[in-house]
Design a protein around this ligand. Structure first.
Ligand code: SF4
Length: 397
C-alpha cells in the first residue's frame, strides 16, 4: 500500500515523522479565539447534541447577564492590548445564541466593533445558529455588524426533522429555510453545517444542498461520540460523500470543508480544522456565567470543569487550567496505535473527543478509527494519481 507523501521518508518507504510542532510554543501562544456561550439553553432538541449530555449546563445562566458581558469586553480589551493582537476570532454560540435578546446583541456587536476600531485588532465575529429564530431584524443586525453566520441544517426536510425537532417534537426545517432566505435577502450567504447520518445516502445529501439550496460551500461533521457510545459505522457514508463530490461536484466548485481538510492532510499540510488532522487543540470557551473553560465539546470527554472566571482571571489563564492542559497535551501526544498508522498526519487520531474513554482518558485512537482508516485509504488511492510530489530538501537557512 502506498503511503501519503510527507517527507523524504516516504520515498524510502518508511513512515514520515510527525509534523514538527513545538508544544511549548503552542501552549504559550496567546489565545486567538474564544467560543462565547451567549445562551446555555436551546429551542431545539437535536438527538445528537453534545451540550445537554452534560447536566451541569442546566445549572448555568440561561443567558449571559449584562454584567458578564461587561467583564467579557474588559477581558477582551485587556488581552488584545497586552498581546498587541492583529486578529482575534469570537464565535457566538449556545445552546442557541439567538435566544439572546436582539437589543442586547446589537449593543454587544456595537461594543465589539468599537473595540476593533480603538485597538486596531481585526475582530472576526462569527455566529453558529440553528436558524429557527432568524428573521429580517436579525439578518439586518448580522449584516450591519459583519457577523459571519453558520446555519445548522442536516439536509432535506424528512432527514433534518428526524434529528432536529423543536422542544415539542415539531418540524423545524421550514423555519430554517425562512431564516436562510432572510440572510440572503440582506446579502449574507451563511455557512452550512450538517451532521452526518450514516444511514442516509450521502450523494442525495450533497445534491440537496447544491440543487435545492444553491449552496457552494458546506461542512459535514461526523457525529460527536466517545468510547461507550458505540456509534454506528460511518465509513460507507464518508466514502460515498467523497466519491460523489469528487466524481460529480468538485468541478462545479463545490467545497466541502471536511473533504478539503482531509485532502490537505494527505498532501502533508495542516488540516486547518479541529475535527480531523494532527495539530494542537487550543480552543477556549466563555460560559454564560462568565467561566473560562477548555473546548466545550470535551464536556462529553471527561469534562472541562474549571476554577477560572472573567471576574478574576485574564483570558490567558486558560493555559494553566488542568482540563485545558490535559486536552492540549492529548492533541499532540498520539497513542501508539496512531503513531504507527499511515494516516496519522491527515487524521491526527480524529476529533479529540472521539478518543476519550473512562478507562484510558485520551490514550485511544478515535472511536471511529476503523472507519477512518477505510476512508483515508479510499481517498488516498483516488487522489494520489493527481498529486504531484515535489521534494524539498531541508536547508540550513
Ligand atoms: S485514529 Fe485510527 S486512522 Fe486515525 S491516526 Fe489513529 S490509528 Fe490512524
Amino acid at each position: 500500500m502506498a503511503e501519503p507523501c510527507h517527507s523524504t521518508a516516504f520515498r524510502e518507504g518508511g513512515l514520515p515523522p510527525l509534523r514538527p510542532i513545538n508544544p511549548e510554543f503552542e501552549a504559550q501562544r496567546a489565545v486567538d479565539a474564544i467560543i462565547v456561550k451567549l445562551s446555555a439553553r436551546c429551542n431545539l432538541a437535536c438527538d445528537y447534541c453534545y451540550w445537554f449530555r452534560d447536566d451541569s449546563v442546566l445549572g448555568a445562566s440561561r443567558l449571559m447577564a449584562s454584567l458578564t458581558v461587561e467583564k467579557l469586553l474588559f477581558r477582551l480589551r485587556e488581552h488584545i492590548v497586552s498581546h498587541v493582537l492583529s486578529d482575534f476570532t469570537i464565535v457566538l454560540h449556545g445552546g442557541e445564541p439567538l435566544l439572546f435578546p436582539k437589543a442586547r446583541f446589537f449593543r454587544l456587536c456595537e461594543r465589539l466593533r468599537q473595540l476593533e476600531a480603538e485597538s486596531g485588532c481585526t475582530l472576526h465575529i462569527c455566529l453558529t445558529t440553528n436558524g429557527v429564530l432568524l428573521d429580517d431584524d436579525w439578518a439586518v443586525i448580522l449584516a450591519y455588524f459583519r457577523v459571519s453566520c453558520t446555519v445548522s441544517i442536516d439536509g432535506p426536510p424528512e432527514l433534518h426533522d428526524r434529528h432536529r425537532p423543536d422542544l415539542r417534537g415539531r418540524e423545524t426545517h421550514p423555519r430554517v429555510l425562512e431564516g436562510i432566505a432572510c440572510l440572503r435577502a440582506v446579502g449574507l450567504e451563511p455557512g452550512i453545517l450538517a451532521v452526518a447520518d450514516p444511514f442516509q445516502d450521502p450523494a442525495a445529501l450533497l445534491d440537496y444542498f447544491v440543487t435545492e439550496l444553491g449552496v457552494s460551500e458546506l461542512d459535514v461533521l461526523i457525529p460527536d461520540a466517545v468510547y461507550g457510545d458505540a456509534p454506528p459505522p460511518i465509513a460507507d457514508f464518508l466514502i460515498g460523500l467523497f466519491d460523489h463530490w469528487h466524481d460529480h461536484l468538485a468541478d462545479s466548485g463545490l467545497r466541502v470543508r471536511f473533504i478539503d481538510a482531509v485532502i490537505r492532510g494527505l498532501a502533508g499540510l495542516r488540516s486547518g480544522v479541529e475535527s480531523i488532522g494532527y495539530g494542537p487543540v487550543t480552543a477556549a470557551t466563555i460560559t454564560s456565567d462568565g467561566g473560562i473553560e477548555a473546548h466545550d465539546v470535551c464536556r462529553i470527554a471527561g469534562g472541562v470543569a474549571s476554577e477560572l472566571g472573567l471576574a478574576t482571571h485574564p483570558l490567558d489563564a486558560i493555559r494553566d487550567d488542568p482540563s485545558w492542559r490535559r486536552i492540549f497535551a492529548a492533541s499532540l501526544e498520539l497513542p501508539d496505535e496512531c503513531l504507527s498508522c499511515a494516516w496519522r498526519h491527515a487524521c491526527g487520531g480524529g476529533h479529540i473527543a472521539s478518543r476519550w474513554s473512562a478507562e484510558r482518558d485520551f490514550a485511544n485512537p478515535s472511536v471511529y478509527c476503523s472507519d477512518l482508516k477505510r476512508f483515508f485509504f479510499h481517498v488516498w488511492h483516488k487522489i494520489a494519481p493527481d498529486l504531484v510530489y515535489v521534494a524539498v530538501e531541508p536547508t540550513d537557512a
